[in-house]
Write a protein that binds this ligand. Sequence first.
Ligand code: NAD
Length: 478
Amino acid sequence: MKAEHYVGGVFRSDGPSFPLIAPADGSELGTVPEATREVVDDAVTAAQRALRGSWGTSGTEERAAALRAVADGIQARFDEFVDAEVADTGRPREFARTVDVPRAIGNFRAYADLLYGRPERAYTTQVPGWSAGAGQALNYTVRRPLGVVAIISPWNLPLLLSTWKIAPALACGNAVVLKPSEETPSTATLLARVIAGAGLPDGAFNLVHGHGPAAAGEFLTGHPGVDAIAFTGESATGAAIMRNAADHVTPVSFELGGKNPALVFADADLDAAVDGTVRSSFTHSGQICLCTERVYVERPIFDEFVVRLGERASALDGYGPMISAAHRDKVLSYYRIAREEGATVVAGGGVPAFGDERDTGFHVEPTVLTGLPETARAVREEIFGPVCHVAPFDTEDEALALANDSPYGLASTLWTRDLSRAHRVAPRVETGIVWVNCWNLRDLRTPFGGVKASGIGREGGEYSLDFFSEPVNVCIQI
Ligand code: NAD
């Protein structure tokens, strides 16, 4: 798969480039063009032109049809998308087949469904009423697109997370400039090919590749022609983007990092809690923003839980690599820091030896730690690898205090059979999402996002449509 920019309906790869490395075995997959300031300018200009042209006056039915055509186009090239995502990320093929690509298709279908046939619900409300001092008036609200939307996406779920923003942005009639992660350019290029054949006017969707700081990401998010920024990635990157966007007061929607807690109460179904924690801590080798890195277990079941989780982690097989050598080194540095801070390593803690080509890839062992104080760096900072720290608690209030003592607030998981406890505790956990006796069970219409350093705003269903459109009040005096 050759990575290319897609600007104003034209594929191009002029200018400098950098190598794309396969995390599964360290081999070179190809090269990626690095968008210069000029390429980014061209993309923003093309997006503005699309908004002045037919895309700017398109109706909701037309846009819903375009989204369906994109969904069908991805479906038609399903295996190519799977191959590209597997090559760029090294993830198990099954994951790309059952999660990444179906969810990308689902993202386009979901927003087509939300628009199609009920534009009045998405776009206008009519409220007859009184205007103070000016007699009776009819007020109504029109929702109009924001304009040019910059979408900056991460490497961990490249296609799933970029389409999660592209679909609602296009649904609302915006023009999009996507900059995917420099680590994972391939499915974005394939998506541009699908969109090129789906009947959207040139410039409605543009793609530029490249790095973030002092490069394409920064050129785009600081561009005066960009009307809104939707970003998923690290909290520190979010802060940098916010500073860059401040000069133009560009609105932002941020999905950022996490240090997600799980609370396992003594009345939990222990089998389900262990199974669930294996999934929540180690799926995609912990490289999902929703993964659990802090597990708090009520003292009577603490020892048994730790033994069982450690056994399951040690027995894991077929997990994927870290995205890059740099990220592997970062995760391993946290394994070392945890030891220096006094952790007991219950499982893992190092680099696996497979005896095959995976040994030149970027794998680390699924790791279970105990014995650290809450002040330890390995307990406070997001590691973003297959690792969790398990600590005991004695009371519900203590569990809540431990869970909430974090700069982050993305997602949490409660394991309990006590219904009253679940309802009592859930609203008190300071995270944007609270799962009870499950993890990562997602309905695309529900609000998705984090509190504290984990984000600004919510995505999902009407929440995304709200961000990607501007309510305009029209007031007519009667
Ligand atoms: P990252 O912040 O390093 O990079 C994300 C994107 O931002 C990339 O495209 C990168 O090129 C770009 N970027 C970097 N610096 C930039 C700058 N100064 N200006 C503009 N763009 C810039 O994140 P990552 O390592 O790709 O992804 C992992 C992180 O993403 C983790 O922290 C994870 O928790 C978070 N994440 C959050 C969610 C969520 O929904 N909350 C989902 C997935 C990942």
